[in-house]
Ligand binder design. Structure first.
Ligand code: UDP
Length: 405
């Protein structure tokens, strides 16, 4: 099949770890590659954010990344992108109406891509599949007044859920949220993200460690909801261990970054500054070296639509201590591949990490079970097969699309 991936702000070619570049970029890159491996022809449409680069880039065999001119050709925050989605969809329509490459299905990632996709799909008869990656309702619940999403986001997300040909939810928690929003469960298929088990495996180089000092690793964009502050507050309960935080600005800009400063000041305040290292963003291909070097991965978000980093750690044979939120409640099996604790609770987190670090046998058992679970249930081949089956169904059975305001 010809598959049009629409990922307005998250390019599969982007450097990860910055504020708007993380799991969605990885997901789109890996899914596209796995679909291409299965013989599909994929084009990824993402907003053009610089004037110098080429319009289209071949990412690998079977995957082309197309930079769509919509809005200024410069980086803009994703929460500022909505006004340009009309241009984005017009451009897609013009492309797909030209006599070149016409997709069998469009797969939109994030709600704004969905708006562009459904508008273009309606005009061209191309079915649209939606993956949200994150939901405005959840974000608003946790961030309140700090949420900078456009005011109409939740309404658009609800309308999209009713208008697209199929919604792919990534976790059971997301299904519950969508149902609560008013999207019928019958319109959804649950297909989790995957993990690349060639890149992420226990075998291969690891970043050296200080002998005798256990390493706690935590990875992600340096945004408040990832809960790094809770881990730092837990560190006094975990003597001798070091905590490495991967993500945020590029390595050369770490010291000036406001989030890094905030977290370092907190580490200073609670007396663990000598044991907390914020190292900035790490290129995707070096991530396995960090996972392999860790005794435990901590993922302590306040909420998490899916959460790739726990899965990447598991695929490297590393146990996970996570908060019992969102996708983590599906991926991490409490008491088997890791432990789940309540969010925003440094004491519970500190206790769980301290106890696991003190128990080699349990760590070893968790590591084996984590590896097994990641390999067995979360390969990209499996995910791509399931998603391709959804594409096949929607392109066979076209439903009339609803109307999005
Ligand atoms: N990542 C990376 N380098 C970094 C920080 C993160 O390559 O410095 C990758 C990480 O390996 C994972 C993704 O970014 O693939 C983060 O995805 P996750 O779902 O955990 O969080 P999100 O960014 O979607 O909130």
């Amino acid at each position: 099949m010809r598959v049009a991936m629409i990922s307005e702000h998250a390019s599969p070619l982007a450097v990860l770890g910055g504020e708007d570049a993380g799991g969605q970029n990885t997901h789109v890159a890996e899914l596209s590659a796995a679909l291409a491996d299965a013989g599909h022809d994929v084009r990824v449409y993402t907003r053009r954010d610089n004037s110098a680069g080429p319009t289209a880039v071949r990412m690998r065999d079977g995957v082309e990344v197309v930079h769509v001119p919509a809005g200024p050709p410069e980086p803009i925050a994703k929460d500022e992108m909505l006004p340009y989605m009309k241009d984005f969809s017009r451009w897609l329509v013009a492309q797909w109406r030209g006599d070149g490459w016409v997709p069998d299905v469009a797969h939109a990632h994030f709600w704004m891509s969905g708006l562009a996709g459904i508008a273009a799909g309606r005009q061209t008869g191309i079915p649209v599949v939606q993956t949200y990656h994150a939901l405005g309702t959840v974000k608003r619940r946790h961030q309140g007044a700090m949420d900078t999403s456009p005011a109409r986001r939740v309404g658009y997300e609800r309308a999209l859920g009713r208008a697209v040909d199929r919604v792919i939810a990534q976790s059971q928690d997301e299904v519950r949220e969508l149902v609560r929003m008013g999207v019928p469960q019958s319109r959804m298929t649950v297909i989790p993200s995957g993990v690349n088990d060639e890149t992420f495996s226990p075998d291969g180089p690891a970043v050296p460690r200080v002998p005798g000092r256990p390493r706690i690793l935590t990875v992600g964009r340096l945004v408040e909801r990832k809960g790094y502050q809770d881990l730092i507050r837990a560190m006094p309960m975990i003597p001798d261990a070091e905590c490495v935080v991967v993500g945020g600005p590029p390595a050369g800009e770490v010291d000036d970054d406001p989030q890094v400063r905030r977290l370092r000041a907190l580490a200073e305040e609670v007396g663990v500054a000598d044991r907390v290292r914020l190292i900035g963003a790490v290129p995707r291909e070096e991530m396995p070296y960090w996972y392999r070097s860790a005794d435990v991965l901590v993922a302590a978000p306040w909420y998490e639509p899916f959460g790739l980093t726990p899965l990447e750690a598991m695929a490297c044979g590393v146990p996970v201590i996570g908060t019992a939120v969102g996708g983590l409640t599906d991926t991490v099996v409490d008491g088997s591949t890791g432990d789940l604790v309540p969010p925003r609770d440094p004491t519970a987190l500190g206790t769980a990490v301290r106890d696991l670090l003190a128990d080699r046998v349990r760590r070893f058992a968790y590591a084996g079970a984590a590896l097994d679970r990641a390999r067995r249930w979360y390969s990209w081949t499996r995910t791509a097969d399931q998603i391709a089956a959804v594409y096949a169904t929607v392109s066979e059975v076209r439903r009339p699309s609803g109307v999005v305001a």
